[in-house]
Design a protein around this ligand. Structure first.
Ligand code: ZN
Length: 415
C-alpha cells in the first residue's frame, strides 16, 4: 500500500530530533535534566511548537500547561485522536523517557503529510505537563488535570522544593509563549495512544521491537512525618528522649515486614526519601520525614496493605507523634479494545516482532484510560536502563515503534 503512513516514517529524522531535544538540559554525563516547567523545558516547548507549525499544526496550551499540536481533520465535529507523552525528565534522566512518545507522534504526523493522507478526525500531538513528579507532586499532573479539571486549583498550588508554585512556574512558561493561545482544560477525545521506551529489559532480551502494553500496576504513596524533640545527645537520659529517627526506623522495619509477608514480588515497596532534622551528630533527631511508595497489579493487595500503614506507624511511634498523608492512589488498569487491537494489527501488517507486556511504571495513559479508549506502545531501551543518564535506545527500534504508531493513528482517526 504506497500511501500507508508508516512508509514515510524516517529513521534519521526521528533520531535527529531526539539529538536536538537532548541538547536542551543536557548533563555532563550524556543525560538530560529538564524538570517540569523549568527554564530547560521552555526551549523544548519552543522547538516542539516550531516543528509542529512547520507541519501545518495549530498549537495551543491549556491551564495546566499541556501543549497540543493539532493536525486538522476533514470532519469539523469529529473528536480528535490524541498521542504523546512528556518533555520533562528526572534530574539525572535520559534522552528518551517521555520525549520519545512526543517525537514519535510528531513523526507520525509528518509521515501522514508526506503520504498525502487526510483523516476525518483531527490528530493532536500532546506533551503532558509534569509527568515525572520530581519537581512538583503529584506526577502525571497534566494528564490528571485533563481527566479531572475540578482538581486544577489544587494542582496549581503545589510547590517545588524552593517554594515556587505550579501557577508561578506556569506564568514563566507563558511569558515565553505569547504566541500560543490557551484553550480550556479537558476535552472529549476519540482515543489516546502513548509510545514510550519500555524502561525494563524484556523486549531487548527477547528480541522483540514493540510491546503492546496490557496494563499498568496500581500505586499508593504516603508521606509520613514523625515529630519528636531535639535534645542533647550527651546529656539527655534515654527515658526522656523523643527520638524521631528511632521511631521512624521502627516504622520502616515494621512496614517492610508487612509488605514482604505476601507472595514474592507481587508488591513492590519502597522508602525512597528519608529526611532527618536537624541531621547533626550530637543532636537527638526531633523530626523525620519519609515517603513510602508501593505498587501492585492486585488492587485488593493495594487496599489491604495500604489500609494498614497508619496502624503500623502508630504502633511504632513510641514517644513521638506521627502524621500520615496519602498523596497518590491509582488503581491498576488493563488496556483492551480498539487501541491495543489496532497496535497488534499494525505490528502484524508491518511484520514488527511484538509481545504483550505489563507496565511496572506509571504513565500519563493511566489517566486517559478513564476517559477514552487508550493503549500504549513500548519500544526497547538498552539493558532496560531508565531514569538514568545512560538511558539509550536504537534509532531503528524508535523508528519501528513510530511506524506502528503512524498506522495506528491513521486507523483510529479514520474510524
Ligand atoms: Zn516517562
Amino acid at each position: 500500500v504506497p500511501s500507508r503512513a508508516s512508509s514515510f516514517v524516517r529513521t534519521e529524522r526521528l533520531w535527529d530530533r531526539h539529538v536536538a531535544m537532548a541538547r536542551l538540559g543536557a548533563t555532563a554525563k550524556g543525560g538530560v535534566c529538564r524538570l517540569a516547567l523549568s527554564k530547560e523545558e521552555i526551549p523544548a516547548r519552543r522547538l516542539l511548537t516550531q516543528w509542529g507549525r512547520a507541519l501545518g499544526c495549530t498549537v495551543a496550551s491549556d491551564p495546566i500547561g499541556n501543549l497540543f499540536l493539532t493536525r486538522a481533520g476533514t470532519e469539523p465535529s469529529a473528536l480528535p485522536v490524541l498521542s504523546g507523552s512528556h518533555l520533562d525528565s528526572q534530574p539525572t534522566g535520559g534522552r528518551f523517557d517521555g520525549i520519545y512518545g512526543v517525537l514519535a507522534a510528531l513523526e507520525a504526523v509528518e509521515a501522514m503529510n508526506a503520504a498525502g493522507l487526510r483523516t476525518p478526525r483531527p490528530i493532536e500531538v500532546v506533551a503532558w505537563t509534569n509527568e515525572e513528579g520530581c519537581r512538583f507532586v503529584p506526577g502525571c499532573m497534566g494528564s490528571l488535570a485533563f481527566r479531572s479539571p475540578e482538581r486544577l486549583a489544587t494542582l496549581l498550588r503545589a510547590k517545588d522544593p524552593v517554594g515556587l508554585s505550579v501557577a508561578e512556574a506556569l506564568a514563566q512558561v507563558r511569558a515565553a509563549e505569547p504566541d500560543i493561545p490557551e484553550r480550556p482544560l479537558g476535552k472529549r477525545v476519540a482515543a489516546f495512544v502513548e509510545a514510550h521506551i519500555e524502561q525494563g529489559p524484556l523486549l531487548e532480551a527477547n528480541g522483540q521491537v514493540v510491546g503492546i502494553v496490557t496494563g499498568i500496576q496500581g500505586t499508593r504513596r504516603f508521606e509520613i512525618t514523625v515529630e519528636g524533640e531535639d535534645a542533647h545527645a550527651g546529656t539527655t537520659p534515654l527515658p526522656a528522649r523523643r527520638d524521631a529517627l528511632s521511631s521512624a526506623v521502627s516504622m520502616v522495619a515494621a512496614l517492610e515486614r508487612l509488605f514482604q509477608a505476601g507472595p514474592s514480588d507481587i508488591v513492590r515497596f519502597t522508602v525512597g526519601r528519608f529526611d532527618v532534622w536537624p541531621n547533626a551528630p550530637s543532636v537527638v533527631p526531633g523530626r523525620v520525614f519519609f515517603t513510602i511508595d508501593f505498587r501492585s497489579p492486585d488492587d485488593d493487595l493495594l487496599t489491604r496493605l495500604g489500609d494498614q500503614v497508619a496502624s503500623v506507624c502508630d504502633a511504632n511511634r513510641k514517644q513521638c507523634a506521627v502524621e500520615i498523608v496519602e498523596t497518590i492512589r491509582t488503581p491498576s488498569i488493563a488496556f483492551s479494545g480498539p487501541v491495543p487491537e489496532a497496535i497488534e494489527a499494525a505490528c502484524r501488517d508491518l511484520q514488527v516482532p511484538y509481545a504483550r507486556i505489563y507496565s511496572g511504571a506509571g504513565h500519563d495513559a493511566q489517566h486517559l484510560f478513564h476517559i477514552t479508549p487508550t493503549g500504549m506502545i513500548f519500544v526497547p531501551c538498552e539493558k532496560g536502563i531508565s531514569h538514568n543518564e545512560r538511558e539509550n535506545a536504537k534509532p531503528q527500534d524508535l523508528a519501528d515503534g513510530a511506524r506502528v504508531l503512524a498506522d495506528v493513528l491513521v486507523t483510529l482517526a479514520n474510524s
